[in-house]
Design a binder for this molecule. Sequence first.
Ligand code: ADP
Ligand code: MG
Length: 347
Amino acid sequence: MIEDKQPQRTPISELGEFGLIDHLTKNIEIKNTSTKYGVGDDCAILEYGDKQTLVSTDLLVENVHFDLSYVPLKHLGYKAVMVNLSDVYSMMGKATQITVSIAMSNRFPVEAVEELYEGINLACKLYDVDLVGGDVTSSNLGLVISITVIGEVEKDKAVKRNGAKDGDLLVVSGDLGGAYLGLQVLEREKEVYKVNPDSQPDLSGYDYVMERQLKPEARMDIPKILNELDVLPTSMIDISDGLSSEVLHICTQSEVGCNIYEEKIPLDPTVISACEEFNLDATTVALSGGEDYELLFTINAADYDKIKGNPSLTVIGHITDASAGTNLVTRAGESITIKAQGWNHMS
Ligand code: ADP
Ligand code: MG
């Protein structure tokens, strides 16, 4: 009798996004000396001479990462580029080239792809990046966009996630939570539209959060500011999945703990008022809402005077010994363990 052996079928959700990446890549052996750093950070680092090359790829899938019922294609193209540039800036690099690959169904006319490319081209122009290639293919699953970015950084000046030390300060650029609230506003309007297609969307007062969601800007200025101030962060990451997820990446890879002070988390006043309206807690939104594309980094405490008073930078806490854990210190002075609550598209 032949036994009918069922192949093992482990659901991907059992591993989660990061667990899956780890599972697929843990046995990779680097074969080329030009590969200075492979999987595990915002970019890979390649080295050919006195400069290092940074490479990162992102994939955006319709109805998983974006919803064309409320995201204009031009904005989508712009944002897709920003998502990638952000990974280069988060290693203190300068983005120089991108390639763009798209798969789309025949429901998209040429005009739609042109609109998408308007956004992509605008991003390239404003951020001084060359579009140097890509691929186009058909899809029966709507629109899929994959962008690869290439950047450069001086030899050994790339800042990774794993260099934070006990006593370092935790710093964040800009403010947090806006992109998530922009999404809440858009989703609310979509529901209203479903019920009453003649209604005009009421987006007044939401300009800032809408822009944060639809037209985010990658922080090209931050590596420049830090270079000018002569500050080399000890670790750095971009905030794509929310503050808690990103600070945990830094703490895990650096084998340290942290204290983040709730009262220090930078929030725009319109984010605070929109949170009240949507009955959301602003701190939770900053910690768990995604897509802000700000930069989170650590600096040696001796560099504090150099960044102090810079309007783009806020010290939100400090790094501790790993044994102290990863904590949010609330306004009431209570310590709460920070857990990963970032977007997990696979859960
Ligand atoms: P980010 O949030 O910055 O885009 P990810 O969480 O997607 O980063 O990826 C973390 C690390 O895992 C990166 O170094 C990335 O290059 C690597 N990675 C992601 N997906 C894969 C894959 N399918 N195969 C190999 N490496 C991957
Ligand atoms: Mg990243």
